[in-house]
Design a protein around this ligand. Structure first.
Ligand SMILES: [Zn+2]
Length: 295
């Protein structure tokens, strides 16, 4: 018998074995996916979902934010499954914007080239998006429900989902990214201050499982707490480092290059370099505008 492409995480939550994108499925009368990885994975995801669920439907997809590597396979999968999408108001706006959709497709096409995917697949505008916000509840059959928490700072559109009563937390990239070597890398792309506040908010939720969007999940209340505390410490350390460099020069591109070489040498997401440069430059700018050049 071949190895299942999924492992059971806790309760009715399964995670697809994938070093970059461990896609999460909450199984039940209404199957739910959390985030959609990249377009290049769409075919593999479809095959794996068939192996896991047979011909059962996917009723809903929860999106933690609008980034290309969380939404890439969304429209392809929606063609097959016709699910409803649940996302923040801002994510909904972004995914309904032609320019943003073209940008998400462009980065996904670049990722396809890296993975040698020559198929003609494209990311198109997803349909049926429902916006949710702070403290909204998304009920599931059988008494489970998701609680929604706004956790901006990684992006302005970032939200996290807490599956109750099991307390399985899906933070998207708001908790930082675990690199291949196990180190935690902060990703405060839209705002350092909000990112730090969001991390504190996630810590206070006392989750039992932290289902990270990249690499793997962290299990057990103590380990989740340790991970989030370490993520917070790394975040503050990186801010100090950027502040020190900004003290010498305000050449954002050069500082970003240096950061990329020193701090992001073994990324979990081996995607287009362009996306990494955009991200790291955004972090330098957020520290600059929030702490150096305060208006
Ligand atoms: Zn992201």
């Amino acid at each position: 018998m071949s190895r299942s492409p999924f492992v059971t995480l806790r309760a009715n939550v399964a995670a697809m074995r994938d070093a970059m994108f461990p896609l999460y499925v909450v199984r039940g009368e209404r199957n739910v996916l959390i985030d959609c990885a990249i377009l290049a994975k769409a075919g593999e995801i479809e095959r794996n979902l068939e192996a896991l669920l047979g011909d059962a439907a996917i009723a809903m997809v929860l999106l933690t934010h609008s980034h290309y590597d969380h939404t890439g396979a969304c429209s392809r999968l929606q063609e097959k499954y016709s699910f409803e999408i649940v996302a923040s108001r801002r994510t909904k706006e972004i995914l309904e914007n032609d320019k943003a959709v073209a940008f998400i497709d462009d980065l996904n096409q670049k990722f396809k080239r890296i993975l040698n995917d020559r198929s003609p697949s494209v990311f198109t505008k997803p349909r049926a998006i429902r916006a949710v916000g702070e403290n909204d509840r998304i009920p599931l059959p059988g008494g489970q429900f998701f609680e929604v928490f706004e956790t901006p700072g990684h992006t302005r559109c970032s939200i996290s989902f807490l599956l109750q009563p099991e307390k399985i937390l899906f933070p998207g990239d708001a908790a930082g990214v675990m690199e291949t070597d196990g180190k935690i890398k902060p990703l405060f792309l839209s705002s350092y201050t909000q990112y730090e506040r969001s991390l504190e908010k996630l810590l206070a939720l006392d989750a039992e499982v932290l289902a990270l969007a990249h690499n793997t999940a962290v299990k057990g209340k103590v380990r989740v707490r340790e991970f989030l505390s370490a993520s917070l410490a790394e975040t503050r350390k990186l801010k100090e480092k950027i502040m020190a460099w900004l003290g010498h020069s305000q050449d954002f591109a050069r500082i970003a290059d240096r950061l990329l070489a020193e701090e992001y040498a073994s990324p979990t997401i081996m995607g287009p370099r362009e996306a990494l440069v955009i991200n790291v430059t955004a972090m330098v700018k957020s520290v600059f505008y929030e702490f150096v050049k305060v208006p």
